[in-house]
Ligand binder design. Structure first.
Ligand code: NCD
Length: 307
């Protein structure tokens, strides 16, 4: 049974094909309006979400399918002490595919061992978030025409930001990509990302605390929120939360065709004054996310049916 737990579960050819399907859906939505007729998606969200859950639901409805699920652990039997394993074993009887978000790293992978249907990891703790990466990749493809040779700056909470980890894993597979990792010392990328993903890929990278001093070399600037819910200590969060705030003046030396991405939600790290800059792509990401998730649901359901 094919699931999507880590972005590396998809080959580069499959990523290309998902992006192509998403573009076709955007151009010809009517062609897909009944593609998932009679199919059901469960969205099991044990952690808060606006975009990920609702875009999955919108995706399934636009494919003519149905959706059921819960949006907080408290409204499910988890609140009574049910294990994740039993919840998944149960729900997989009701639906054809499950998208789940959970605060524990590895939860989605664990779920695949109990599920009768494909699992899509919609975020597991501070670990991975592969469907946000698909959203980021389609945005980069449409803005930049491809992936090879790009210099990608990632800024903010590179330690706990799961979207950062998945995006680095994806981009490190393309040719001549360079990473500029911009964070305070305390929020640098985890060692396993540096040592097991970036270094073996051969991609050039640098780690710096300086956003303004690095901005001129970037093709992509991926801003992130400091992940409050993953801090052990509130004082550390308060000290670090506003460390990078992208404002129009800080873009003075940036390339004219820089693409500014953010997985959202934004807290303070991009001033609203940047939203009108043509380089701001974060609301385009929101739009593309539905189409790429439609393409993914189609692919996994097709494979599950052995077609
Ligand atoms: C991200 C997440 O949940 O990791 N949000 C999203 O899915 N678009 C980023 C975040 O919460 O900061």
């Amino acid at each position: 049974m094919r699931s999507l737990i880590d972005i590396k579960d998809l080959s580069l050819a499959e990523i290309d094909s998902l992006i192509e399907t998403a573009e076709d859906i955007m151009a010809n939505p009517e062609k897909y309006a009944e593609a998932c007729k009679g199919k059901r998606l469960a969205t099991l969200f044990f952690e808060p979400s606006t975009r990920t859950r609702l875009s999955f639901e919108s995706a399934m409805y636009q494919l003519g399918g149905n959706v059921l699920g819960f949006s907080e652990a408290q409204s499910s039997s988890t609140a009574k002490g049910e294990s994740l394993s039993d919840t998944i074993r149960t729900v997989s009887n009701y639906v054809n595919i499950i998208a789940m978000r959970h605060p524990k790293e590895g939860a989605a992978l664990a779920a695949t061992m109990r599920s009768e249907v494909p699992i899509i990891n919609a975020g597991d703790g501070g670990h991975n978030h592969p469907t946000q990466t698909l959203t980021d990749l389609i945005t980069i493809k449409l803005e930049k025409g491809g992936f090879d040779g790009l210099t990608v700056g990632l800024c903010g909470d590179l330690k706990f930001g799961r979207t950062v980890h998945s995006l680095i894993s994806a981009m490190a597979r393309y040719k001549n990509v360079k990473f500029v990792l911009i964070s305070p010392e305390e929020l640098k990328v985890p060692d396993y990302i540096r040592d097991e993903v970036i270094i073996p890929s051969g991609a050039e990278f640098e780690e710096t605390t300086d956003l303004v001093g690095s901005i001129d070399k970037l093709d992509i600037l991926y801003m992130t929120r400091v992940q409050k819910e993953r801090f052990f200590n509130e004082a550390d969060y308060i000290r670090l939360k506003d460390i990078y705030i992208l404002t129009p003046d800080k873009l003075a030396n940036a390339k004219k065709d820089l693409a500014i991405l953010h997985p959202l939600p934004r807290v303070n790290e991009i001033s609203v004054a940047v939203d009108d800059d043509p380089r701001a792509c974060y609301f385009k990401q929101v739009k593309y996310s539905v189409y790429i998730r439609m393409a993914l649901i189609l692919m996994l359901l097709k494979e599950a049916e052995g077609k």
